[in-house]
Design a protein. Structure first.
Ligand SMILES: Nc1ncnc2c1ncn2[C@@H]1O[C@H](COP(=O)(O)OP(=O)(O)O)[C@@H](O)[C@H]1O
Ligand SMILES: [Mg+2]
Length: 318
């Protein structure tokens, strides 16, 4: 494969069972294109951190394969690791060091020569808008600054793939937006980004493509736009009086199917007026006696993802 066609991340049938017999990943297959800003979305316990942990070599896989820019993680672990920058969920920096020292020491740990590390530190401090704070103690930085510094640190090794594990969980909205701007800049400059989150708004705002993971399985994988379109469709089961005619009316924008002799399955855009559908059916001699909503597994997941949260801006249902 030529470089341009090599995926940033290629995961095949990845399985992970922990020592306590918890199976966190049940055969995950995933592709991330170079240059993408990719969301891995899922509720707590879905397996996001396990997947990120395996990709960044913190967790051993049970079976399956992972390639990072074409480099096999098991066969060439240290080479694969060099392509990755990881931003963990928790702030894990020495509060009594300065941002510049943190960046330079981190690069040194990964074998970047000191002179080069100093140059990169200045570049990353600038990109993180922390130049003015380069030599103060980290503990004096605001929450948002500390998060930007974590990202700057991960960028010190010049990774081609930057991975963030719920970087904004429990972080207030201003800090979150601030990080989003920072991440967009990094992505625009060419770094592929994978972000795990359970904030729908975040995935929608930042990411072009996404996968949804639930109970260790990928249940959706594709573009954000396709997903939004899917969520915008509502399903109903209609109980019809008498027999359903052999030919069903075509009602623009809807999909109508016979479930059984007395039941129709209806799919329609959320924004559409249900009355207009009933009228059209009635014009064709179909009387609806009762109806129930048909559950949509994607929608169920999203309800769960947003349960307890104030955010639910995904979809055009606003
Ligand atoms: N080190 C571990 N040992 C045993 N079980 C674990 C470990 N880490 C995670 N798990 C379990 O694996 C499942 C997936 O967890 P995790 O990958 O952390 O999900 P997420 O990041 O999506 O919340 C959960 O059931 C969790 O309890
Ligand atoms: Mg997690």
């Amino acid at each position: 494969m030529s470089d341009s066609s090599t995926l940033a991340l290629r995961v095949r049938d990845l399985r992970k069972t922990y020592d306590n017999d918890v199976t966190a990943l049940k055969g995950v297959t995933l592709d991330v294109e170079p240059g993408d800003f990719f969301a891995l979305l899922g509720p707590n316990g879905a397996g996001k951190s396990t997947l990120i942990g395996i990709i960044s070599s913190l967790v051993n896989l049970s079976s399956g394969s992972v390639e990072i820019f074409g480099i096999d993680l098991v066969r060439e672990r240290s080479r694969a690791m060099r392509e990755i920058g990881l931003v963990p969920q928790e702030i894990n920096m020495n509060m009594f060091e300065t941002p510049r020292d943190i960046l330079v020491n981190y690069a040194g740990f990964y074998g970047v020569p000191r002179a080069e590390a100093l140059v990169r530190a200045d570049q990353e401090l600038e990109r993180a808008h922390l130049t003015a704070k380069a030599n103060v103690m980290v503990r004096t930085l605001s929450g948002g600054m500390k998060r930007r510094l974590m990202i700057a640190r991960a960028m010190m090794t010049r990774p081609r793939l930057l991975i963030l594990d719920e970087p904004t969980a429990g972080v207030d909205i201003e800090i979150r937006r601030d990080m989003w701007t920072n991440l967009r800049e990094i992505n625009r400059a060419g770094t592929t980004i994978i972000l795990t989150t359970h904030y729908l708004e975040e995935a929608e705002s930042l990411c072009r493509n996404l996968a949804i993971i639930n109970r260790g399985e990928i249940i959706e994988h594709g573009s954000m736009r396709t997903l939004l379109a899917k969520l915008d469709v509502e399903g109903f089961l209609l109980d019809v009086e008498g027999d359903i005619p052999a030919t069903l009316p075509a009602i623009e924008g809807t999909v109508l199917k016979r479930e059984d002799d007395h039941t129709l399955a209806l799919e329609m855009p959320r924004a559409m007026d249900l009355n207009s559908v009933f009228n059209a059916l009635s014009d064709h001699g179909i009387r609806v006696r009762s109806m129930r909503t048909q559950s949509n597994r994607l929608e169920e997941l999203f309800v769960r993802l947003t349960a307890g949260g104030s955010m639910n801006t995904l979809g055009a249902s606003a």
